[in-house]
Design a protein around this ligand. Structure first.
Ligand code: GCU
Length: 397
């Protein structure tokens, strides 16, 4: 079976033709004023209050997406046409609990994304949790039929049969299936290897697409992952067993950062769950707790724009903060989760960010449930109890 989707005018990141000129100018970081309090989401950059939902969607939200694209994540290309083909479909996967479908997502001349989808038995359509995985699709479960990864892999991942189920502890797929959700995932390296040596992004999807008009705003690894999540949304929309109006994008830690930027950019994503996403994720940079911008951009220079690194030690000059990223998901459901012992991810900074973003939900839709931040005991990992929290949250929305 093969589907070819038309180009949809939804970009993971601002449109390439919707350039800085629309909202700028954007001063160099060192020329920005120090601002102690995080910016009010419901006030435009020029100090005018946001007049209502139309003003939010038409002006404030694009203004904020441009700010994040320019200073933090980079500008992603417009969505390309994708060619989705079903590689295999197996009933009785996961010891009879699910159907496993493997899809190949082709776009441009980039290597295809291999998307794995487990669906509950039956016709559906089922809501779905979609997330990136670190080590390959074979690593997320003990299902023996899932194909091995072909892209570059991390030193602590094993692309061979020996790596099967090696990350299954983090993936409560059987619990999700039992709760009536499908689970979809792809290997992050299919889009951009998490290789800190590759600051020029030569090994990812970036060289396969035209560079942005302003090369200093080229898209970095987190943005590429987010954009890949949108390509997976393109593919899920072709599956009759998946309810494309109920796609939850989730991620742990660096993949949580990508999930949030994907949710901010792609309105087809119906809910976001960011777990322990920390700095450049759900945690405020102005909280000055946990990982600093300097620590992040030194250890992981490929994740974000070099321009973001200029805010190291200069956090007060940021013309934005992460609560504004969360606000871009409003009025859709948003769940932010943390672990009490995971100080590096700055749980208190994420709690503050959720609180500062929350007024945007009733502003846009008086009936919308506000975003939630939940803390559990424990450290930096994904536990079955985290999945239980997210599944219950998604089921109630
Ligand atoms: C490092 C990094 C964090 C990131 C985390 C992860 O700790 O400093 O920013 O969230 O890795 O992805 O597990």
């Amino acid at each position: 079976m093969r589907f070819v989707l038309p180009v949809v005018l939804i970009a993971c990141g601002p449109r390439v033709d919707d350039t800085a000129a629309a909202f700028g100018p954007y001063p160099e970081p060192s020329a920005l004023p120090e601002v102690v309090d995080p910016q009010d989401p419901l006030t435009h950059a020029d100090g005018q209050p946001v007049a209502g939902p139309l003003d939010w969607h038409g002006a404030r939200a694009p203004e904020l997406r441009q700010l994040f694209a320019h200073y933090v994540y980079g500008v992603s290309p417009a969505p390309p046409p994708v060619a989705v083909s079903v590689v295999s479909e197996r009933q009785g996967a996961l010891d009879g609990a699910a159907t496993a479908t493997e899809l190949s997502i082709g776009y441009g001349d980039a290597p295809p994304i291999a998307l794995l989808v487990f669906t509950p038995p039956g016709a559906g359509p089922f809501p779905v949790f979609l997330g990136l995985n670190k080590c390959g699709n074979h690593a997320v479960s003990d299902d023996p039929g899932v194909s091995l990864p072909t892209a570059w892999n991390e030193p602590d991942c094993d692309s061979s049969e020996a790596g099967r189920a090696s990350r299954a502890d983090y993936w409560s797929i059987r619990d999700a299936i039992a709760a009536g959700f499908a689970v979809a995932t792809f290997h992050q390296s299919d889009v951009d290897p998490d290789d800190r040596a590759d600051v020029a992004h030569a090994d990812g999807v970036q060289p396969h697409f035209p560079p942005p008009p302003d090369p200093s705003s080229g898209w970095a690894t987190i943005a590429a992952w987010s954009w890949g999540l949108s390509r997976a949304v393109d593919a899920l929309a072709t599956l009759p067993t998946v309810d494309a109006s109920r796609i939850v994008v989730f991620g742990h830690s660096r993949r949580g950062k990508a999930a949030l930027w994907a949710g901010a950019c792609d309105p087809r994503i119906a809910m976001v769950w960011a777990h322990q996403s920390g700095t450049a994720g759900a945690a405020l940079s102005r909280s000055f707790e946990g990982e600093s911008i300097g620590a992040l951009t030194t250890l992981f220079p490929h994740w974000l724009l070099p321009r973001f690194a200029e805010f190291a030690g200069e956090e007060l000059r940021l013309p934005l903060d992460q609560h504004l990223l969360l606000a871009l998901i409003a009025p859709r459901p948003l769940l932010v989760t943390d672990g009490a012992d995971d100080a590096w991810a700055d749980p208190a900074g994420a709690e503050q960010a959720v609180g500062l973003a929350a007024p945007v939900w009733p502003f846009l839709d008086p009936s919308a449930a506000p975003p939630e931040w939940r803390l559990r005991p424990g450290d930096h990992e994904v536990l079955p109890e985290d999945w239980a929290t997210a599944l219950a949250f998604a089921s109630s929305r």
